[in-house]
Design a protein. Structure first.
Length: 126
């Protein structure tokens, strides 16, 4: 039994196991050292932040709905976990897409606080 626990812990550390959106919120709040703000998350998501795009440029201002990539016009499934149960369940994917999308919209990486705020807002959507 102990070996199973050790293997599960190691897999979790590498992102191979699924997580929940609330796990990501807790992770980002811990990294930020502060609680997330739903209001800041909503504002951040819709604001153009240094690049030509905002998060909403592709994910729409209502991320419970499907979006389209602003440049390629590729369909994007809803971002909000309430509308898409596959979102925010894999560490590697979440880290990859935050890195890419933050660079596209901000021309930099997102801070842990920004990620926490966006996660809090996305989790508030029904």
């Amino acid at each position: 039994m102990r070996h199973i626990l050790i293997i599960a812990t190691l897999l979790g550390a590498t992102g191979a196991l699924a997580e929940t959106p609330r796990d990501f919120l807790a992770r980002f709040e811990k990294e930020a050292g502060a609680s997330a703000s739903v209001a800041r998350g909503a504002s951040f998501f819709t604001a153009r932040q240094g690049g030509e795009w905002s998060c909403a440029s592709c994910h729409t201002e209502r991320p419970t709905q499907p979006g389209r990539h602003a440049k390629t016009d590729k369909a994007i499934q809803p971002l909000a976990p309430a509308a898409n149960g596959e979102r925010f369940t894999n560490v590697a994917k979440v880290d990859k897409w935050f890195r890419r999308n933050c660079n596209d919209t901000l021309n930099r990486l997102c801070s842990a606080q920004e990620k926490a705020d966006v996660m809090a807002w996305l989790l508030s959507l029904k």
